[in-house]
Write a protein that binds this ligand. Structure first.
Ligand SMILES: Cc1cc2nc3c(=O)[nH]c(=O)nc-3n(C[C@H](O)[C@H](O)[C@H](O)COP(=O)(O)OP(=O)(O)OC[C@H]3O[C@@H](n4cnc5c(N)ncnc54)[C@H](O)[C@@H]3O)c2cc1C
Length: 363
């Protein structure tokens, strides 16, 4: 892709910042990345996320535009990952949705919502209602514990930390890229397009962008990582829950990410006892092998969220672009956001951004 500029400053090296930096450098740009924290992304929501890529499952809480972005992204991830310096675990083995008898009313409601999404987004692989035998065939280690479930074929997940590390290695290997760690910056720190300044500034600071985008808010999430050699699951499993969707995402090395709470709060304090009990009980209820699992980490982060819970690309002043509001779908939609942002940067308009309903304001 030919770009009408030569250099960019990217603020934030979380998920979107790293993806934008790699793609812009691959397109021939000189890229400076300014990150408030260090290379381990310890301040990024992306480090804590489960990185499930589940557009149909997420349609329980997301509109059709986000589902379409998720479906676009699922087909783009393999190509993006293939261009990186290190391999990243990525799979599309589908999502299994299960419930306990006492939650069957909520499960029936969920099934109706997902069926409606399937009608509105025909490109989604059709959901299947399955019985206990089909559940056991998909996940033999669950046996006959569950009598009913839903199977959402083609949905995926990836290893978030391997992705962040691979994006980092790709940036470090590229002579066009300079990485500035422990270097918090804000948009007013730059005068893009003037002498000695980058041609463009791209703000990917997540919640750190609040000083220039004050309607952003944090939505707290707590996640537990366990090491469970006795548990074998082939794919992310979701458990219908009255308060928020709970999931168990199997990662390489017998690691499982159990998440995630969803609490309207900017609070980044450690996980509560209640959330920890709920998450671990849910995992144990799905598979008793989690009883002997070892807790590796209990983490809290806040999802960068706009008032309508939708992602946005905006250009608040000439030569400045902001990509934000990825909420609970950052990994699920990031390639769609990336492709739309790149079209906007290259042409000043983007059919893709319009088709996803993303704001595409003045350049
Ligand atoms: C508990 C939890 C579970 C999740 N699970 C999933 C999931 O399963 N699937 C999914 O798709 N998404 C999930 N997400 C959402 C996903 O993590 C986010 O949508 C995504 O990380 C947002 O990406 P971002 O680049 O905008 O922000 P971030 O990843 O937060 O990165 C922002 C970066 O900007 C840096 N920064 C901040 N201020 C400054 C400054 N002044 N100067 C320079 N740098 C700065 C930060 O240090 C950080 O590195 C989850 C999130 C949470 C919290």
């Amino acid at each position: 892709m030919r770009l009408p500029f030569d250099s960019v400053a990217i603020l934030g090296a979380g998920l979107m910042g790293r993806l934008m930096a790699v793609t812009l450098a691959q397109a021939g740009c000189k890229v400076d990345v300014f990150e408030a924290g260090g290379p381990e992304a310890e301040g990024a929501a992306a480090r804590v996320a489960a990185a499930m890529l589940a557009p149909l499952a997420e349609s329980a809480v997301a509109p059709v535009s986000v589902v379409r972005m998720g479906q676009h992204a699922l087909s783009r991830w393999p190509e993006l990952l293939a261009s990186l310096a290190q391999p990243v675990f990525f799979q599309r083995e589908g999502t299994l949705v299960l419930w306990h008898r006492q939650d069957s009313t909520e499960a029936a409601r969920l099934a109706r919502v997902l069926a409606r999404t399937g009608e509105q987004v025909p490109e989604l692989p059709p959901m299947r209602a399955i019985d206990g035998a089909a559940i056991a065939a998909l996940e033999p280690s669950l046996g006959t514990r569950f009598a009913q479930g839903l199977f959402l074929p083609g949905e995926g997940q990836l290893d978030n930390r391997a992705l962040l590390a691979s994006l980092l290695a790709t940036l470090q290997a590229d002579a066009r890229v300079t990485l500035h760690w422990q270097s918090p910056r804000a948009i007013p720190d730059f005068a893009p397009g003037t002498a000695g300044q980058p041609d463009r500034v791209i703000d990917c600071r997540g919640l750190g962008a609040r000083p220039q985008w004050n309607s952003l808010r944090g939505v707290r999430g707590e996640v537990i990582r366990v090491h469970a050699p006795e548990v074998t699951l082939q794919r992310p499993t979701r458990l219908v829950h009255p308060r928020y969707p709970l999931y168990i995402a199997p990662k390489p090395g017998n690691l499982f990410v159990i998440g995630a709470t969803e609490i309207e709060s900017d609070d980044m304090s450690p996980a509560s006892v209640r959330s920890t009990l709920e998450l671990l009980s849910a995992a144990y209820a799905v598979h008793s092998g989690f009883a002997e699992a070892r807790i590796v980490e209990i983490a809290t982060q806040c999802r960068p969220t706009l008032p309508d819970n939708l992602p946005s690309i905006r250009q608040p002043q000439p030569r400045v672009m902001q990509v934000n509001g990825l909420y609970r779908h950052g990994f699920m939609i990031a390639p769609a956001m990336l492709d739309a942002a790149m079209e906007l940067l290259a042409h000043g308009h983007s059919a893709l951004a319009e088709s996803f309903g993303l704001e595409a304001a003045h350049t």
